[in-house]
Write a protein that binds this ligand. Sequence first.
Ligand SMILES: NC(=O)c1ccc[n+]([C@@H]2O[C@H](COP(=O)([O-])OP(=O)(O)OC[C@H]3O[C@@H](n4cnc5c(N)ncnc54)[C@H](O)[C@@H]3O)[C@@H](O)[C@H]2O)c1
Length: 261
Amino acid sequence: MRLAERKAVVTGGAQGIGEAIARRIAGEGGDVAILDVNLDAAARTAQALAGETGRKVVAVKVDVADEDSVASAMEEAGERIGGLDLLVNNAGVLKSHYIADFPKKDWDFVVGVNLTGAFLCIKHAARHMIAAKRGSMVVIASRSGKRGGLWNHAYCASKFGVIGLVQCVALDLAPLGVRVNAICPGNALDTPLWKDLAVQYARKYNETPDQTLDRYRKRVPLGRGCDVGDIAGLAVFLASEESSYMTGQALNLTGGEIMSP
Ligand SMILES: NC(=O)c1ccc[n+]([C@@H]2O[C@H](COP(=O)([O-])OP(=O)(O)OC[C@H]3O[C@@H](n4cnc5c(N)ncnc54)[C@H](O)[C@@H]3O)[C@@H](O)[C@H]2O)c1
């Protein structure tokens, strides 16, 4: 029970990586508010996790790109689970195009959710943690926050940006003992996000989605995609006191694909 009685918000927790992190937090003794734009899916996930773990798990609708929506969702989450001392900022989207054809509306959408959304969720969660003088934040960035990728301009820019945001917020909140860190996962090839992505990427490489997935697997030194359980395990470590001397970090979780000093 490494997160006993912690009160967590997980954005984008209805499915995929966020769902796996929410499951692990509840399994470690925390109560969880799943904030997601897809309320029906979030409610189904919340009900399932509450049943599995016996913890309080609730669903709250939010559009992370909209400040009013974020402000009221954070308030509602805090009221329904009895506080807020852990933010997992996970909601994210991806659109991929050749630079000369990249529609501005897709750029705005990706940066709006991934970067502005992270700013808004951190800002409004920080207010709770500043008042309580405790808490921690874990931001799901990406390997694309460390290295550029073909046709990936908006996503990479948003994920590089979020790492800068994490470093700045870590400095703001360090005097209160509130720690802020990021995880940079490699490609989690079995997530719903990758089902869509494999189709988008197959087009740019002129191959089938299965060939794309196979190529991505082979370029990882450890020979497999990132598992959502790998990410959930690192998120629990960063959320807990086990990482009490770490803040402002962006940890690679890429099977050896990205190695930084
Ligand atoms: N899947 C991967 O390979 C991978 C690798 C590295 C990083 N990531 C990052 O991990 C995070 C989760 O990815 P995933 O693979 O689980 O994606 P996913 O598409 O399976 O899940 C994303 C969730 O975010 C929600 N969401 C989308 N827009 C939202 C908004 N405006 N407001 C609130 N909720 C919103 C969706 O409804 C969904 O439940 C993202 O930030 C992504 O960039 C994913």
